[in-house]
Design a protein around this ligand. Structure first.
Ligand code: CU
Length: 158
């Protein structure tokens, strides 16, 4: 029988290991089909509530992305002025899985409408095309979304 102390220690070790495994890197160039999770807390960190994970996703032209309502109360919508010309905007229902096909290259800003002002935003880059990045950077945002978008968009130039 493990002592209570050992039991607690092994639990915390397990917690650390599973967090490291479950915590995705913020920038992803993964294989299709792509998923963006809508979460209440980044990697279980309540100091970073309400996030798209990954916050930055690079995909190929023609790929689809599925926004997954892993936690409740979120949606995924394109941000006006932050999608390339000719691209179709989208606005998913709250708590519903939504798959979007990306057939126009460029930078796409994405927001969760209930948590937009709190900074729940994401960016998808299609076909490594940054031609509308400058235009996307000029869009104004309320509250924490301003800083959140600035941080993500500046990552693209790094
Ligand atoms: Cu949200």
């Amino acid at each position: 029988m493990p002592t209570r102390r050992n039991f607690v220690l092994s639990l915390s070790a397990l917690g650390a290991a599973s967090t490291a495994w479950a915590c995705p890197v913020p920038v992803l160039r993964n294989d299709a089909p792509h998923s963006v999770l809508m979460l209440n807390a980044a990697c279980g960190d309540t100091d970073t509530p309400n996030v798209f994970t990954p916050a930055i996703l690079h995909i190929d032209l023609g790929d689809s992305v599925t926004f997954v309502p892993t936690d409740g109360g979120h949606n995924a919508a394109s941000k006006r002025g932050m999608i390339p010309e000719g691209a179709k905007p989208w606005n998913g229902a709250i708590d519903e899985e939504l798959t979007v096909s990306f057939t126009v290259p460029g930078v796409y800003g994405c927001v969760c409408l209930p948590h937009y002002e709190m900074g729940m935003v994401g960016v998808i880059i299609v076909g490594e095309d940054l031609s509308n990045l400058e235009k996307a950077k000029k869009v104004r945002h309320p509250g924490a979304a301003r800083k959140a978008f600035r941080r993500l968009l500046s990552e693209l130039e790094a």
